[in-house]
Design a protein around this ligand. Sequence first.
Ligand code: FAD
Length: 465
Amino acid sequence: MAVYSKFAIIGAGISGIAAAKQLAKYQPLVFEATNSLGGVWRHCSYKSTKLQTPRCDFEFSDYPWPERDNSSFPSHLEILDYLYSYATFFDLLKLVRFNSKVVEIRFVGDPETTDVVGKTGEYGSLLPGQPVWEVAVQTNQSETVQWYSFEFLVICTGKYGDVPKIPVFPHNKGPEIFEGKVLHTLDYSKLDKDAATKLLEGKKVVVIGYKKSAIDLAVECAEANQVCLLMALEQRRAVSKFIESYLVRKLPLQKYGLKPDHPFEEDYASCQMAILPEFFFSEADKGKILFKRASKWWFWEGGIEFEDNTRLEADVVVLATGYDGKKKLKAIIPEPFGSLIEFPSGMMPLYRGTINPLIPNMAFVGYLESVSNLHTAELRCKWLARLVDDQFKLPSVETMLEQTTKEMEIMKRTTRFYKRHCISTYSINHSDEICEEMGWESWRKKSWLAEAFSPYNSQDYEEEK
Ligand SMILES: Cc1cc2nc3c(=O)[nH]c(=O)nc-3n(C[C@H](O)[C@H](O)[C@H](O)COP(=O)(O)OP(=O)(O)OC[C@H]3O[C@@H](n4cnc5c(N)ncnc54)[C@H](O)[C@@H]3O)c2cc1C
């Protein structure tokens, strides 16, 4: 017999905890697959992983960081402490079921709502008073599952972590022929300090990737006293990652062949900038981090090989090739809804970054990126809580679809990397629209002077009394 409750939240990272706080009065059940809060900050971080957003921007609106004016970027452990402390302060831990992985979701609502082709009219009741979804939960990896039923689901399973993106290789040129060790950064994150050092020490290491996890790993590798080759996969993107540090620290991009050949704004608009770790260029200057650009590569027995048939010897190849967050979603969201998760463009059609107009009684938090994903998630959860409280109504399905299509077109015009669905350039406009829809003031500073001269941050979006 299924256990019944109004709300379930799936995932207890930053997004899931933000949702739990805003929906706390409904006593939602929060299912978390692992034994910890924090998601990526627990499971995709290494010793050197730090936040790239200033702490005063990555902050819940009603819970300041202990040293919010400290200009250093917090480590992943500090972020976890902050999140646990927030969850404890607002008594949210009692809502979380740890080691509880959602393995299947079934639709048990009105069968007419599964007829999604050409759907128009009202979105439908958010809390209809009867179950719309059934959820199978596997606890502690046991063989059996417990079924639950809910009126509304909030999906917060994260864009990163859990499912690694592994490159596809030509026949007989994949990791199976390599005599060394191949691992993804997700596996590297699981190693303790000693095991990580042992893996890298005295080895020829190649890190494949150009994003934050690749850059951090290259430095860890250099610090383990190794020469590490950082191999960027796509020329145009590879170099762009470094532009922020160039601006901040005027570093030698040209010297290392890292100068971007597309506008910096495109990276900002697609949330693709990375703050470089402190010793990145000093390790490069010592010759401990080498760079290579390559569009195609594969394995040979002793290492990796490039298009021009040149070969590189390696003992360890680390794939910093990212994650497949949509695969995670598609694994649990049933048809016909699973196919609606993304537009053919690859972006998720989410009204206010939260509701897919064609998927009933389900919200998504954490799939729209910005400069501060915590702020983006929290504001959308506040919007959601007021929506379910009937403080405002959703527009018609057609209007919501028009809006999501318009946003997609704007993203496409702004950056060629639009698939990441990042709103960094429009964050403030989105926040204004959300505030107006909730009936809040969108000009949120206490004075015109502050409005003109002080930047917006999470605290400006504190509850309106
Ligand atoms: C290396 C790295 C650096 C980053 N740096 C920044 C930064 O500086 N600034 C910034 O704003 N953002 C940054 N991000 C983005 C980061 O992902 C977000 O800030 C935020 O932490 C995401 O939280 P989330 O809750 O949406 O997802 P996650 O942290 O991924 O949490 C999802 C949770 O869902 C659980 N889960 C998944 N599937 C299931 C299931 N089927 N059943 C039950 N539970 C499930 C997972 O175990 C996990 O705990 C970074 C990400 C990475 C990987």
